[in-house]
Design a protein around this ligand. Sequence first.
Ligand SMILES: Cc1cc2nc3c(=O)[nH]c(=O)nc-3n(C[C@H](O)[C@H](O)[C@H](O)COP(=O)(O)O)c2cc1C
Length: 342
Amino acid sequence: MKKIIPIEELPAWREAFRATGKRLVVTNGVFDLMHRGHAEYLAQAASLGDVLLVLVNDDASVTALKGPTRPINAEADRATMLAALECVGAVSIFKGPKATDALRAAAPDIYVKGGDYTPATLDRDEFSALQACGSEIKILPLVPGCSTSGIVKRILSETHSGEDVTKDVSLDKKLMPIFQRRSIRDFLPREVSTHDLGLLLEAAMAAPSAKACYPAEFILLTDSDLRKKIAAVLPNGSFLANAPAGILICGDIRRSCGELLSYLLQDCAACVENLLLAASMMGLGACWLGVHPRQERMDAIKNILSLPQEVIPVACVALGWTAEKKAPRTNYDPAQVHLNAW
Ligand SMILES: Cc1cc2nc3c(=O)[nH]c(=O)nc-3n(C[C@H](O)[C@H](O)[C@H](O)COP(=O)(O)O)c2cc1C
């Protein structure tokens, strides 16, 4: 189909388009199993300029972003379906998880993104490329209740005989902050303000606690040498050294419910999850770094920070402005759900 432009021909196509004096609208995405949400979004995007170019993720990047079962339709099929829409003027398939190079080649007059984004939460590389092209950025709301994941889930639930309590829901918008929280391990070299750290701590300390004992203590790791020292004793947390901030969550066993370790750990874990959710809602990236029950990690951290005997380091959180993009998701598995019996 003529509307499909090989990515290597995009710069020449853009040059020729420029000569027409028309305004180019560009959006990018996966567009697997086309549905009404896609059609309405694309029609709205197209109405913002003269011609709409859709940049489509190649198959490898969809698998990297959404997991091994995706895409359902191969890149050539997805591109053909898009090209068949009247509102779509051109389609190009790009490689890699980010559309940065393709956006540079497309040089949009207007760039459109769908979903709960703001210019501040767009991917930083893509945002810089758009700024360099002088693109106007427009965010359009997605059509609620329309998603490829939802369609897949409905099909699967019909082919499974067991009860699937999620058959009518899929990454519900109301719960999006939960699905959007992902472990982020790559950060921009940009400081996390004291104000933002304060917000995170307030969120962490809003967590439930057994008998309201609140045994958790928080050590802010704003000193980069200290972060490096702690990163060096966390075998899976070396990236803490490059994170602009960190928070160590400890528990004081004297203040735990019944002085029990299990309650201390559960209380601290609830604080960590609240902190991670708050970070994600604020546009920050964060990753849980396991400390307890690894004795050598706990001993090393106690030593570095001269913690009192009764204070147990439980987990560390690496924090910063995210330099990676991860798709919202759940790991919902109907096989792990039991209806009123094992
Ligand atoms: C108790 C616990 C310890 C973890 N420790 C580490 C760690 O040391 N290093 C790391 O990179 N991620 C760590 N993680 C993050 C998990 O790898 C991550 O949550 C998991 O892969 C699922 O990905 P998601 O957070 O993006 O949903 C830890 C998570 C938990 C709950």
